[in-house]
Design a protein around this ligand. Structure first.
Ligand SMILES: CC/C=C\C/C=C\C/C=C\CC/C=C/CC(=O)SCCNC(=O)CCNC(=O)[C@H](O)C(C)(C)COP(=O)(O)OP(=O)(O)OC[C@H]1O[C@@H](n2cnc3c(N)ncnc32)[C@H](O)[C@@H]1OP(=O)(O)O
Length: 275
């Protein structure tokens, strides 16, 4: 059952419905219908099976609730999202890895094709899967200048799947995405703005949240149906490959991730992170 709360959010009191509370906090502003979904899984919001499942469930719920827009952000000090939880890939249990990858596919489809407008307020570092989530929103506002964002998979000795790559191509174009992906480039906020990976850079989280809300307010006079149809037409070419190839994509990941060379690279990368 939904309960009424007064919630302290970025130093401001707002009237909102409290929808859930765990690794993910979700609040809906009653007046505007805008949801703020805050990832809060210390230390770095890494996306493991349970966290992804919670995010996907929440996205589906918000869709049913017919919210008018969503801000996706982080409750952590300096990380938006560290991407996929690398421990899901290292010495994996094949059944769990299969579930993990399937939930990731579904979560991406839910976010990328959300029926409501979405904004990523990137208030911390956003490598790999974190960058994928940000790129899957309709608009990106990043807090600068000290955080970084990008698809860094090649630096881990792994390969960004086709649908990660296609998402980046849709945002920054083929040529820039190719250089970015092959070099595993992590962009500073300024560089990300220059290349078009983010839409705006703001000096602090409060002003970034305000900017995100302003963007969503653009849709108050736009019919949700017209918005959704337009977004579907625009994004369909990017999602269709995964829709048609979910099993093939999963089979490939299971094989790829269990190969000795990939396991060796991941082990070394995990060690370097621990240091
Ligand atoms: C031929 C092939 C064709 C097609 C290919 C098809 C398929 C390919 C298959 C699969 C592709 C898989 C794709 C994966 C995408 C990903 O998302 S991989 C994840 C990449 N993420 C990263 O590289 C981020 C690494 N982390 C960082 O850079 C920093 O932690 C960060 C800047 C985010 C924060 O820095 P800081 O605040 O200083 O924190 P720490 O570095 O000290 O970290 C704190 C603890 O958290 C642990 N940790 C960090 N990131 C992760 C992570 N992603 N997963 C798990 N754990 C992580 C870190 O080890 C620390 O742990 P400790 O406290 O020491 O125990």
């Amino acid at each position: 059952m939904l309960r009424r709360y007064i919630l302290l959010n970025t130093n401001k009191f707002v009237n909102c419905r409290h929808v859930s509370q765990s690794m993910l906090q979700s609040t809906v502003d009653e007046k505007s219908g805008i949801a703020t979904v805050t990832m809060n899984k210390p230390p770095v919001n890494s996306l493991n099976l349970e966290f992804l499942d919670e995010i996907n469930t929440q996205l589906n719920k918000l869709q049913k609730d017919k919210i008018r827009g969503m801000i996706l952000t982080s409750g952590l000090q300096k990380v938006f999202c560290a991407g996929l939880d690398i421990t899901e890939f290292y010495n994996p249990n094949p059944d769990r890895l299969a579930k993990f990858w399937t939930v990731l596919q579904d979560t991406w489809l839910s976010l990328y094709m959300a029926s409501f407008p979405t904004v990523a307020v990137i208030n911390g570092h956003s490598p790999a899967g974190g960058c994928l989530f940000a790129m899957s929103c309709d608009y990106r506002v990043m807090v600068g200048p000290k955080y970084t964002i990008g698809l860094n998979e090649t630096k881990l000795g792994i390969v960004a799947p086709k649908w990660f790559q296609d998402t980046m191509v849709a945002v920054i174009g083929q040529r820039k995405a190719e250089v970015s992906l092959t070099t595993g480039k992590m962009y500073t906020t300024d560089e990300a703005l220059q290349v078009g990976l983010i839409d705006e850079s703001l000096p602090d989280a409060d002003s970034a949240l305000k900017k995100g809300t302003q963007f969503l307010n653009n849709f108050q006079r736009i019919s949700p149906w017209a918005f959704k149809m337009t977004k579907d037409i625009s994004r369909q070419p990017t999602v269709q490959w995964l829709i048609d190839n979910k099993q093939k994509d999963l089979d490939f990941v299971l094989k790829f991730m269990q190969s000795p060379d990939v396991q060796k690279s991941l082990g070394l990368y995990l060690q370097s992170l621990k240091k």
